[in-house]
Design a binder for this molecule. Structure first.
Ligand SMILES: [Zn+2]
Length: 69
């Protein structure tokens, strides 16, 4: 396991919000979970945002496939 791998978690596990810099913290646009502005958290938010985008795209494609039947 690589050291320094901080992670950020949503208050709501199903939250699909994006992490944004909000004043002195990283804050989720969905559930409002907040983390301090540290390099580790910044990396984690970038990773989480990428995952969130992928998930949103997959969800949209899945819904389109289901409704397209
Ligand atoms: Zn959230």
């Amino acid at each position: 396991m690589e050291s320094g791998g901080e992670c950020v978690e949503h208050d709501n596990p199903d939250c699909a919000g994006r992490w944004r810099r909000d004043g002195g913290a990283w804050r989720c646009s969905g559930c409002g979970a907040a983390y301090p502005l540290t390099p580790g958290v910044a990396r984690a938010t970038i990773r989480e945002n990428a995952c969130g985008l992928l998930l949103a795209r997959l969800t949209a494609e899945g819904r389109a496939a289901i409704e397209g039947e």
